[in-house]
Design a protein around this ligand. Structure first.
Ligand SMILES: O=C(O)CCC(=O)C(=O)O
Ligand SMILES: [Fe+2]
Length: 340
């Protein structure tokens, strides 16, 4: 069938170069659009939607009886015992001041036991993370409340607890970041106690500038560029002894280690705090400021459930200014670190 003359004329006019250029342009636009829209946060929720009353509510006799080793309290005649807050204003103030806050025993012994048993059963389907194998050697699983898999009440409670945190940050006026977005996915991670499975020093938020990452990489990293608060809940035994510590590097650190650098004869002093990953411990830190690493585990499998809360993408100019301030802060920390 003959093509209409207008089309044959057009086809005669376009050179092979023009055709190639058009294909390249269309492909490039397609790749950039895919990168710009790639996100696993499409179904993220607002803090209010994730509000979880047990994070900050009254404790009833029944709850305390289940939660505490002092089960005898459940025999008391009062139905409501007292108000406890897993996260309260002083915790939020500490997070603002030190960029990190550690809260012990946020799970009852039985909840910890059940959650631990469930994550152990999930370890068979955990997989190495897509990161470089020399960056981290754990196995991970992304889990969310509405997965088809039945995670059991205890693990679901842990997910809700981590996802409920931004509501309380807002409520207690956390000033470091506002307008949070709560991902549905939490990451379950397990390190084998082989003395070598670890995670190198890193920041949870990607802070590299576009010039360094290239436009494509920068667009693709959008989920990592807006992390503000990392929440980690450990699901190990409560009396974890040693190995597998979470090492936090920060100005607020308390301990110093002296390590010889590979190239220099002079030693560099690194300030750090080591957090023992005992079961039921909750650690919150500023994802954009606190560099951290996981040390190799020794005794038993090390389990952690993590949720990285994001900021909303509604004020790009403000974020650009904040990022520039963060970058200056890094430079400042690095100089301090070198100077000991
Ligand atoms: O498990 C931990 O203590 C920290 C894990 C971590 O740094 C991460 O998943 O980004
Ligand atoms: Fe991390």
């Amino acid at each position: 069938m003959a093509l209409p003359p207008v089309i044959t004329n057009f086809l005669r006019k376009i050179s092979i170069d023009v055709a190639a250029l058009s294909i390249i342009t269309v492909t490039a636009v397609g790749v950039l659009c895919e990168a710009a829209t790639r996100t696993s946060l499409g179904d993220a929720q607002s803090p209010r939607e994730c509000r979880y009353p047990p994070l900050s509510s009254i404790v009833t006799r029944g709850e305390w009886g289940r939660a505490a080793p002092l089960g005898v309290i459940s025999l008391l005649p009062f139905r409501v015992l007292f108000r406890v807050r897993i996260i309260s204003s002083p915790h939020v103030r500490e997070l603002e001041k030190n960029n990190v806050v550690v809260i012990d025993n946020v799970l009852s012994p039985s909840t910890l036991r059940y959650a631990r048993a469930r994550v152990e059963s999930l370890s068979a389907i955990m997989e190495p993370s897509p990161n470089d194998a020399d960056v981290r050697q754990d196995v991970i699983l992304s889990i969310k409340e509405d997965d088809e898999y039945d995670y059991g009440d205890a693990l679901i409670h842990c997910i809700k607890l981590l996802r409920g945190i931004p509501y309380l940050l807002d409520r207690f006026d956390y000033v470091t970041s506002r307008s949070h977005v709560v991902p549905r996915q939490c990451q379950l991670a397990m390190y084998r106690p082989d003395g070598s499975a670890a995670y190198v020093r890193h920041l949870d938020r990607c802070t590299l500038p576009m010039a360094e990452m290239g436009l494509l990489g920068w667009l693709r990293a959008s989920d990592y560029r807006h992390r503000v608060v990392t929440a980690i809940l450990y699901l190990n035994s409560p009396d974890w002894i040693e190995g597998g510590e979470l090492r936090l590097f920060d100005g607020a650190a308390t301990t110093t280690t002296t390590v010889a650098t590979a190239t220099a004869t002079a030693a560099v002093t690194i300030k750090h705090t080591d957090i023992v990953p005992s079961g039921g411990k909750l650690v919150l830190f500023d994802s954009s400021r606190v560099e951290h690493q996981v040390l190799a585990s020794l005794g038993e499998d090390r389990y952690a459930l993590t949720c990285c809360h994001r900021r909303q993408l509604d004020n790009i100019t403000l974020y650009a200014v904040n990022d520039a301030i963060d970058a200056r802060q890094y430079a400042f920390n690095a100089i301090n670190e070198q100077g000991g």
